[in-house]
Structures are given as structure tokens and as C-alpha cells.
Write a protein that binds this ligand. Structure first.
Ligand SMILES: Nc1ncnc2c1ncn2[C@@H]1O[C@H](COP(=O)(O)OP(=O)(O)O)[C@@H](O)[C@H]1O
Ligand SMILES: O=C(O)C1=C[C@@H](OP(=O)(O)O)[C@@H](O)[C@H](O)C1
Length: 294
């Protein structure tokens, strides 16, 4: 029997398995932890299921699946969550398929705040062996400020936008980058002139999901969401709806659109919040491929 284990199922995940249980039907279930130290609650564990099944030709095959629940935002963003075996394999295969067509072209992720540009961008850069850049971080460095919120407070939004354009301009002369742009980068036509030197992809996420994600981490780092009354979810929802209303058409300038609602339908998933960043990264590659083959 030949079993190919993807790189993203790292040895450390297996080595650190907390408990291995033999299940009745000749299958194994074990829970692995990610990261160095054992977390205290079970929610930070990832469960693996190993069992035998039949392949297409009826041959016996080892099947591996993995599930993770309530993985903290910081871990999701770090891109170090052990992902579903199948998803990891599909992602790698897809990236190998499109690499020759991409020819080193930069990928710009656009979308509302919280749409997952940073989280998905990191995964894409890793699988494509590209470098990853987050525009907000580069602007903070260029200005010598600690946060975007500080830049807005000290210098105002138009100063921030000027710097954003300058960062995008500089990045656009480079190759093999995945760039996570700020949610508002789409409003300036000059930014599109630079982004169209590469391929732009719009991560289209329903407002409810955006607001839920942002409410979880708070609005501190996102100055445009400050100032609404109400609980974190309501505040985020209201401001995001107003911004989306203003910007909807600007996002549609992107070369490709990745709709989380469409992915959920494809995968038979009831709630877009259950889509993993890897599943979304796969769809980004599929949509880039569609665009390049047009
Ligand atoms: N597929 C996903 N499922 C659940 N939470 C996610 C997903 N993608 C991103 N997040 C979380 O949503 C928040 C915003 O994601 P982030 O990548 O920073 O978005 P952006 O860069 O577009 O602002 C983060 O807390 C992140 O962990
Ligand atoms: O939507 C926007 O106008 C903004 C989005 C933020 O980036 P993220 O989309 O990465 O949160 C950041 O650039 C700034 O707070 C403004």
C-alpha cells in the first residue's frame, strides 16, 4: 500500500498526538496538538481519523481526515493550523497546475476588512512559494507608526491612502508576491493601475460573516469601524454595510471573484463560517486559473 502524506501534515503533529484510540471498525482516532505547549482546553486540539476504505478500483486504501474546531484567530492567521489532508493535497496540486500559467505574476487580494485576505494570502504564498506582503504592515513601517489606527488618528485617512498607493506602486514592480491589500485600496483608480500589473482576486464574504469575525477580534485595529454605538457585532455590521454600499462596484474591478457563498454551495456546507482558509485558497487558485485560461 502506498500512502502519500502531504507536507502540511507535519511530523510534529503526529509526534505530539495526545491520545490514540483504536475504534471498533479497524480505524484509529487520535487528537494532536499544534504549537509547542499543550493548551488547556480541548478546543485547541485537532482530531485525526485514520481508517481503511475502498479506492476507485476497489483496492484497500488508508484514508485520513482531520477536523479542527474553534481554532483561535491568531492561529488561523499564522497559517499553522494542520489542515484537512484532502484539502492540503488539492491545494498543492492546484498550485502546481497553475504555476506555469502564472509565470511569477503577483496576486493581489482585495476585499472588505475581515474578508480573510491576510489569512488566505499567507496560505497561498506558502503553497506557491511566493513572498507574502500585507499592505497595512508596510504602511505602518513606512510611516514609522505602530498601528493603522495610530496613522488615522495622527495624520488622517488621506495621508494613509497616499501611503497605501505608494506601497502598492512599489510592490507592483516586483514578481512572485501575494499581496493582502487594505479593504479600502479599491477606491482609488490609481491603485488599480498598479494592481492590474498582476492578478487581482476579490474575496467576497457575506456581511454577517465579516461582522462575526471582526466582533471576535474587536475593532481596535480598524479605525473605520470606530464610533458606532452598540455591541461589537452590531457596530461592525452597520459600518461594514455602509462601506460595502460605497465600494461594491470597486471590488468588481478585480480579475477574479471568490464568493464564499458559492464555495459553500459547491461543498454542501451550510454556513460560510465553516469554510476553512485552505478551502478558500483552493477556490482562489481555481478562479485565477479560469481567468488565465479565458
Ligand atoms: N476562513 C475563515 N474562517 C474563520 N475565520 C477566519 C477565516 N479567515 C479569516 N478568519 C478570521 O477573520 C479575521 C480577519 O481575517 P484577516 O485575514 O485578517 O482578514 P483581512 O486581512 O481581509 O482583514 C481574523 O481574525 C481571521 O483569523
Ligand atoms: O477598509 C478599509 O478602508 C481599511 C481596511 C484595513 O485593512 P484590512 O482590510 O486588512 O482590515 C486598513 O487598511 C484600514 O483600517 C482601512
Amino acid at each position: 500500500m502506498e500512502v502519500k502524506v502531504s507536507q502540511s501534515l507535519q511530523w510534529s503533529t503526529w509526534k505530539n498526538s495526545e491520545n490514540i484510540m483504536r475504534k471498533p471498525s479497524n480505524s484509529l482516532h487520535f487528537t494532536g496538538r499544534y504549537g509547542g505547549k499543550p493548551p488547556r482546553d480541548n478546543q485547541r486540539f485537532v482530531s485525526y481519523h485514520l481508517g481503511y476504505g475502498k479506492g476507485l478500483n476497489g483496492q484497500r486504501m488508508l484514508k485520513i481526515s482531520c477536523s479542527s474546531q474553534n481554532v483561535p484567530a491568531s492561529v488561523l492567521q499564522s497559517g499553522s493550523v494542520p489542515t484537512c489532508f484532502d484539502e492540503a493535497v488539492i491545494l498543492k496540486k492546484k498550485s502546481e497546475d497553475i504555476e506555469p500559467y502564472l509565470d511569477g505574476c503577483c496576486i493581489y487580494l482585495v476585499g472588505m476588512m475581515g474578508s480573510g485576505k491576510t489569512t488566505v494570502g499567507r496560505i497561498l504564498s506558502e503553497t506557491l512559494d511566493y513572498s507574502f506582503f500585507d499592505c497595512d504592515t508596510l504602511i505602518e513601517r513606512a510611516v514609522g507608526a505602530t498601528t493603522v489606527a495610530e496613522i488615522f488618528k495622527l495624520h488622517g485617512e488621506s495621508f494613509f491612502r497616499e501611503n497605501e498607493t505608494e506601497v502598492i506602486r512599489k510592490l507592483s514592480s516586483m514578481k512572485r508576491l501575494v499581496v493582502s491589500t487594505g479593504g479600502g485600496a479599491v477606491v482609488r483608480p490609481i491603485n488599480w493601475k498598479y494592481m492590474h500589473r498582476g492578478i487581482s482576486v476579490w474575496l467576497d464574504v457575506p456581511l454577517e460573516a465579516l461582522a462575526r469575525r471582526i466582533a471576535e477580534v474587536g475593532t481596535d485595529s480598524r479605525p473605520l469601524l470606530h464610533g458606532e454605538p452598540g455591541d461589537a457585532y452590531t457596530k461592525a455590521f452597520k459600518r461594514l454595510s455602509a462601506l460595502l454600499e460605497e465600494r461594491g462596484e470597486a471590488y468588481a474591478n478585480a480579475n477574479a471573484r471568490v464568493s464564499l457563498e458559492n464555495i459553500a454551495v459547491k461543498l454542501g456546507c451550510e454556513d460560510v463560517c465553516n469554510l476553512t482558509p485552505t478551502a478558500i485558497a483552493i477556490e482562489v487558485l481555481v478562479q485565477i486559473e479560469n481567468f488565465l485560461k479565458k
